[in-house]
Ligand binder design. Structure first.
Ligand code: ADP
Ligand code: MG
Length: 249
């Protein structure tokens, strides 16, 4: 291990279990995410993919096991939990932008309120990020005035504005009209190339092939198999994964 801890995975889940009532949604999950790694999580609906994402920034608690972030168990509350949430960005299927705030305000809100950055500095950075995702010219508009693809790119800029150590994407393109999917994926591919640590739940196999370092196939609350995209897509080992792939490819 190096002195700055580079050998410690950014995230490590160890024997994680989670129930919703009688439903066992995460079953003995062991998983690591390294710094700079792009992990694509795929699998049938109801398999626990969203729950897995939500446990990593503690939007969901777990029943047993441990989740480590930078080698330390996730904090349960207080300032440490707030810091974790700012360090682990999340982009949802439904964008979740503030409807009554402009695009620029949506991106500056976290930095000014949570990170207590001066407004001017936050706005300068926000404009750089909006530029990066290709919507700087929309900064003064409201979310409803933008297309779905533009709203999702705003959500990505908003996540980036917190300078996160990783970003979780939960089906970021599933709610988009087909013609807008690629513009969002292109932004994500750019982030991946720049070395952002990403966990991406998606059915976009083109993205997985181009950007993923590792594909994790999840079903019934378990990691059924994981492999490089090349191996997984050409040589899935389990019937469960083969069956899933035959339905979506
Ligand atoms: P996926 O994202 O792979 O579709 P989820 O993690 O959303 O799967 O859900 C896994 C299972 O947990 C599903 O059966 C779902 O209905 C159930 N579930 C998810 N969230 C809750 C909740 N808050 N309360 C009860 N059941 C839930
Ligand atoms: Mg889901």
């Amino acid at each position: 291990m190096t002195e700055n801890g580079d050998a410690i995975p950014l995230v490590r889940l160890e024997a994680v279990n989670k129930h919703f009532g009688d439903l066992h949604v995460l079953r003995d999950i062991d998983l690591t995410v390294d710094r700079g790694e792009v992990l694509v999580v795929i699998g049938p609906s109801g398999g626990g993919k969203s729950t897995l994402c939500r446990t990593i920034n503690r939007l969901e608690t777990i029943d047993s096991g441990t989740i480590y972030f930078e080698g330390r168990p996730l904090p349960a509350e207080g300032a440490a939990l707030a810091r974790l949430r700012s360090e682990v960005g999340m982009v949802f299927q439904s964008f979740n932008l503030f409807a009554h705030k402009t695009i620029l305000e949506n991106v500056t809100l976290g930095p000014t309120k949570v990170l207590r950055k001066p407004r001017q500095e936050a706005e300068k950075r926000a404009m750089e990020l909006l530029e990066r995702v290709g919507i700087a010219s929309q900064a003064q508009k409201y979310p409803a005035q933008l297309s779905g693809g533009q709203q999702q790119r705003t959500a990505i800029a908003r996540a980036l504005a917190m300078n996160p150590k990783m970003i979780l994407f939960d089906e970021p393109t599933s709610a988009l009209d087909p013609e807008m999917v690629q513009e969002v994926l292109d932004v994500m591919i750019g982030l991946a190339r720049d070395g952002m640590t990403m966990v991406v739940v998606t059915h976009e196999m083109g993205f997985a092939r181009r950007a993923a370092h590792r594909v994790v196939f999840m079903a019934d609350g378990q990691i059924v198999e994981q492999n490089t995209p090349d191996e997984f897509f050409t040589n899935a080992r389990t019937d469960r994964a083969k069956d899933f792939l035959s339905k979506i490819l």
